[in-house]
Ligand binder design. Structure first.
Ligand code: GLC
Length: 574
């Protein structure tokens, strides 16, 4: 059918320089790219100390081009006491020895670029570690750093007891204020007490963090994930937040309040715009390609969209903001309709000038294979690969890796405060080592005890096995990255609907050709009439591992029998 239009002039233009900017900048490389999230600590441990490291990523670097990945982003590798796994940074401009050296990182950057792979870092602007020199000096009242953080005097109740300035709560539960004896003041921490919030109303903080961005850009980094962006500003009036009235939420939990003063404040979008300008002007000066910002924001659909910039594009923010809605909505109990509603909510709200992204899991959320069943991994990987825009893969998703098995006694996540919360909140489950092969510790290292246990499922689920004979999730994944450059997927219109209680249909169409996903995520066989979206002239291009269909053969659109968990990518004219 001639659908594989790799030499289509439009696709070419995505890769070529934008002449309108005077020559040599590829502003758009990210718009249809496949991104991969490397959780460094769990990826590959090169020195066998139990902890994944930068040299481990170098050792495995060919995995990315082999898998059709265009860009990787690394979890934080900066100096840190790692109370929150590196999201508590004590020096933004140096590499933590546990992960390697600056030279290792430089080599990783060089090796990535040699493979035409972009490499991005995690930028954690909301807070530092309490061991950062800025905080140490702020506690001491050193002039330059006195107002680097948010310090407020205590209130006293009727009996003269010291109280925090208001009722604000931390994301990790209990008061967002901690008392500091030396300063005799409270400081704000929207996360853990060891993660004091920076004061972005202080221009010196803005300048210091701009320097961090420029420092890494100068090392050759292609962009940043911007961590926890909704929390950057709080309203200055320090008013109490109103209750959320969520049923059954204890009053010390973050969700018990409606965060009208501590999240998504207007100044945040302005700051994002300034960072965008900084990156754009850097890219203009240094040519080559756009350096990009990806924002991490769990918030309402309206506020999520605001991180892109204004609806008309006169003010730009992040290049893209992660679409986390499927992370929340694709649950064990979700029907096809629930998933379709989630996808269409995004598509209906994103202004046409901006680029969508699709995320199924990450280091803060249980893995998709565990949430929706390991049998559905091909269908979900197909879903995110064929929806318009950016496809984001969390390490291990390409082989259908499930959550690991962690005992309460092994918990390393500070979010977990007690046994009752463990199963739901512990993020270690989704952070266990990558399953490379069937050797000791799944090839994560040479036998030292890994920081989190390797999943017992590694003999069954590992990359080496999936590269071997026979169909596998990894082979499906590679097929998916291959077809993503198809013009229909790059430019086509999008229809998303449910065609049975558990079957999702996505049709992308362009110029008389369509690419259609039919995905039965349920446990029963269904027989469907999909003739509205699949013409008679069709063939199966990709199928889930357990599908009995034949690649290259047509299906009967009036009578399409779909087995439990079966998913098909069908090419057709329509
Ligand atoms: C982000 C990170 C999460 C971390 C939090 C606080 O949400 O993804 O892992 O705990 O920020 O830094």
């Amino acid at each position: 059918m001639g659908l594989n239009l790799n030499d289509d002039p439009f696709i070419e233009s995505l890769r070529l320089d934008d002449q309108s900017t005077g020559g040599t900048i590829d502003w758009d490389w990210w718009k249809h790219a496949s991104f991969y999230h490397v959780y460094v600590k769990s990826f590959r441990d090169s020195n066998n100390d139990g902890i994944g490291d930068i040299r481990g990523v170098i050792e495995k670097i060919d995995h990315f081009p082999d898998s059709g990945i265009d860009a990787i982003f690394l979890s934080p590798i900066f100096q840190s006491p790692k109370i929150d796994q590196g999201y508590d940074v004590s020096d933004f401009m140096d590499v933590d020895p546990e992960f390697g050296t600056m030279d290792d990182l430089k080599e990783l950057i060089t090796q990535s670029h040699e493979r035409n792979l972009k490499i991005l870092l995690d930028f954690v602007p909301n807070h530092t570690s309490d061991q950062h020199q800025w905080f140490v000096d702020s506690v001491k009242g050193v002039d330059e750093y006195r107002d680097f953080y948010i310090w407020v005097d205590a209130k006293y109740d009727g009996s003269g007891n010291r109280q925090p300035p208001n009722n604000w709560l931390s994301v990790f539960h209990h008061s967002a204020w901690s008392w500091n004896e030396t300063r005799q003041q409270y400081y704000l921490h929207q996360f853990h007490p060891t993660q004091p919030d920076l004061n972005f109303r202080n221009p010196k903080v803005v300048e210091a963090m701009n320097k961090v961005l420029l420092f890494w850009l100068d090392q050759g980094i292609d962009g940043f994930r911007v961590d926890a962006i909704p929390y950057i500003f709080e309203s200055e009036n320090l008013y109490d937040e109103p209750p959320s009235y969520w049923p059954g939420v204890p009053d010390y939990e973050f969700e018990s309040l409606d965060h009208v003063h501590t999240k998504d404040q207007p100044e945040t979008y302005e700051l994002m715009h300034q960072w965008r300008q900084l990156l754009d002007s850097y890219s203009e000066k240094n040519r080559g390609h756009a350096r990009i910002l990806m924002s991490e924001a769990y918030t309402t659909i309206e506020n999520t969209m605001r991180y892109f910039g204004t609806r008309d594009g006169t003010k730009l923010g992040a290049h893209f903001t992660f679409n986390f809605f499927l992370v929340g909505d694709a649950t064990a109990g979700a029907s096809a309709h629930d998933i379709v509603v989630s996808i269409n909510k995004w598509l209906d709200n994103i202004p046409p000038i901006y680029t969508s992204s699709w995320v199924l899991s990450n280091h803060d959320n249980h893995r998709i294979s565990t949430r929706c069943g390991p049998g559905n991994i091909d269908g979900f990987n197909m879903l995110k690969a064929i929806l318009p825009g950016i496809d984001v893969t969390y390490y291990g998703e390409e082989i259908g890796q499930e959550n690991g098995e962690i005992l309460y006694e092994e918990n390393q996540d500070l979010k977990v405060k007690n046994r009752g919360m463990f199963e739901k909140l512990c993020r270690d489950f989704e952070r266990t080592p990558f399953q490379w092969d069937d050797s000791v510790n799944a090839g994560f290292n040479d036998g030292a005890k890994p920081w989190l246990p390797v999943s017992s499922k590694y003999l069954e689920t590992n990359l080496k096995k999936q590269k071997g004979d026979g169909p596998s999730h990894y082979k499906v994944f590679r097929e998916l990255t291959r077809i993503r450059s198809n013009v229909v997927l790059v430019r086509g219109s999008t229809v998303v609907k449910s065609v049975s209680e558990h079957t999702i249909l996505v049709r992308r169409s362009h110029d008389g050709s369509s690419v259609v996903l039919v995905f039965n995520k349920g446990v029963s066989q269904v027989v469907l009439n999909v003739s509205e979206d699949v013409s008679k002239t069709n063939y199966v291009e990709i199928k889930s591992v357990q599908s009995p269909k034949e690649i290259g053969y047509a299906v009967d659109p009036h009578h399409l029998k779909m087995e439990p968990h079966e998913a098909l990518i069908i090419f057709c004219s329509i």
